[in-house]
Write a protein that binds this ligand. Structure first.
Ligand code: HEC
Length: 124
């Protein structure tokens, strides 16, 4: 009787470990691609009518910087906060957006994937 309980516990622990390994083994690259795709979808929907969102092309709104040039102004990661709290660019044409954490991560991942140049190092 005691043995059966112990065996049950062991099996349970084993199953949990397998589950953990399975999740960890998910190819990181695939997850990253999903995030990038989601980010592109989000900016296509919300930002593309003003900003150029791809690796080339001009912005529809003449004053809106193409997204691939953003990293020449500041580290893309710095945008995460603005996206979560509502971007206020100080420009009346740009609406205020507030995104949830997963959406923010997706947008940031996408933006990083299209930058012309690597982000400048913070405080240099
Ligand atoms: C209705 C047009 C419009 C839409 C939609 C729009 N933007 Fe903008 N955005 C602008 C304009 C115009 C500027 C330039 C503002 C300026 O120079 O003050 C700008 C500037 C920016 C900047 C640079 C701010 C800075 O301080 O340098 C970022 C980052 C940005 N937008 C992100 C976004 C994101 C992300 C979205 C979608 C979620 C978006 N924008 C949607 C018009 C828009």
């Amino acid at each position: 009787m005691r043995d059966r309980i112990a065996f049950g516990r062991l099996w349970e622990a084993g199953a949990l470990i397998m589950l953990g390994l399975g999740v960890a083994a998910l190819p990181a690259a695939a997850a990253e691609k999903d995030l990038t795709d989601k980010g592109r979808m989000l900016v296509e929907k919300n930002c593309a009518r003003c900003h150029a969102i791809g690796k080339e092309g001009a912005s529809a709104h003449p004053e809106a910087p193409p997204f691939r040039t953003l990293s020449s102004r500041y580290p893309i990661d710095d945008l995460a906060e603005s996206l979560a709290e509502g971007i206020v660019s100080g420009h009346p044409d740009m609406p205020i957006f507030v995104f949830g954490p997963t959406d923010v991560e997706a947008i940031i991942t996408y933006l990083k994937s299209i930058q012309d140049q690597p982000a400048p190092k913070p405080s240099e």
